[in-house]
Structures are given as structure tokens and as C-alpha cells.
Design a protein around this ligand. Structure first.
Ligand code: FES
Length: 164
């Protein structure tokens, strides 16, 4: 797991835990709320939740957080790239687009955020833009009919923008 570099406000996590009465059955909802705060689940937050909730342990909470695809244990990048691999996009070549993005970002196996924190990658099952397949979304903007070359150009453009 990547170590977080942000300050965790544990009182906010306490407020969330209290609002769910520390109910074990609300663990998913609690993790969702904490993820809304930080855009991912920092390791310290997972440990804290596991220690504060009766009958749970940090390892159990970590297990739940890693089981569900909706939770991210890595910080998001400045540019969040969502790649759709749903049916419509898949049959139109999303695998090649995804492979091109991973290669371009030089992401190690199992990692979804670049070491410089500039990009993060998320694979989703539909972006609601099936007519534009294969589609990706970068920070909320839909890019239709992607190809490996097209995504490469988008990433190059963002990198040059960062370099000024
Ligand atoms: S399947 Fe890709 S946008 Fe719907």
C-alpha cells in the first residue's frame, strides 16, 4: 500500500463513525464516507477505523476495503483517468486503449497512480457514453472513440501542460 502524504483529521472520522453508531453492519457506508473525504482510503484511516470499531480489526477493515472495487487504497492523481471496459467499449477496442494508457503512464503491475502523483487510472464498467465507445473520462471530460494513439496524445498534452 502507498503511504499517504496527507494529514488525516481523525475527528472527522470519529464523526462518521458516530453517525453510524460504530455499527459493524455499516462498515461499507463508513468507508464510502471516509473515501469521500480524501478521495481514497488512507492506510491510517483504515487502521483507525479497525481500532475504533468493536469486533473489527485493521486487518478486517483492510480486507473489506481491498475486496470492493469501489474503494481505492491509493491517492488519486491530479488527472483522474477513467477507462471504460464495459461491453460496448470492450467490443470496440477498450483493451488496447487501456494497455496503451498503462504503458504510457509506466504503471507498475497492481499500481493505479503514477509515482509523481500526476495521473491515476480507474477501470469502470460503463461511463454512460456507450454510443461514443470506446470512451474514457479525464477529470470529468468525456473523450469519445479512443484509440491507443489518441490516448497517448491526450496524455502527452497533459504532461506538456504541466511542464509549462
Ligand atoms: S460500455 Fe463503455 S460507456 Fe457504456
Amino acid at each position: 500500500m502507498i503511504k499517504s502524504t496527507i494529514d488525516i483529521d481523525f475527528s472527522k472520522i470519529d464523526d462518521i463513525l458516530k453517525s453510524y453508531n460504530y455499527e459493524k453492519s455499516s462498515l461499507i457506508a463508513i468507508l464510502q464516507k471516509v473515501q469521500e473525504l480524501y478521495k481514497y482510503l488512507p492506510e491510517e484511516a483504515i487502521t483507525y477505523i479497525g481500532e475504533r470499531m468493536e469486533g473489527l480489526s485493521p486487518a478486517t477493515v483492510y480486507g473489506v476495503a481491498t475486496f470492493y472495487a469501489q474503494f481505492s487504497l491509493e491517492p488519486k492523481g491530479k488527472y483522474e483517468i477513467k477507462v471504460c471496459d464495459g461491453t460496448a467499449c470492450h467490443v470496440r477496442g477498450s483493451s488496447g486503449v487501456l494497455a496503451a494508457i498503462k504503458e504510457k503512464l509506466n504503471l507498475e503491475k497492481g499500481k493505479f497512480t503514477t509515482a509523481d502523483g500526476l495521473f491515476s487510472l480507474e477501470i469502470v464498467s460503463c461511463l454512460g457514453a456507450c454510443g461514443l465507445a470506446p470512451a474514457i473520462v479525464v477529470n470529468g471530460t468525456v473523450h469519445p472513440q479512443m484509440t491507443p494513439d489518441a490516448v497517448s496524445t491526450i496524455i502527452d498534452t497533459l504532461v506538456s501542460k504541466e511542464r509549462g
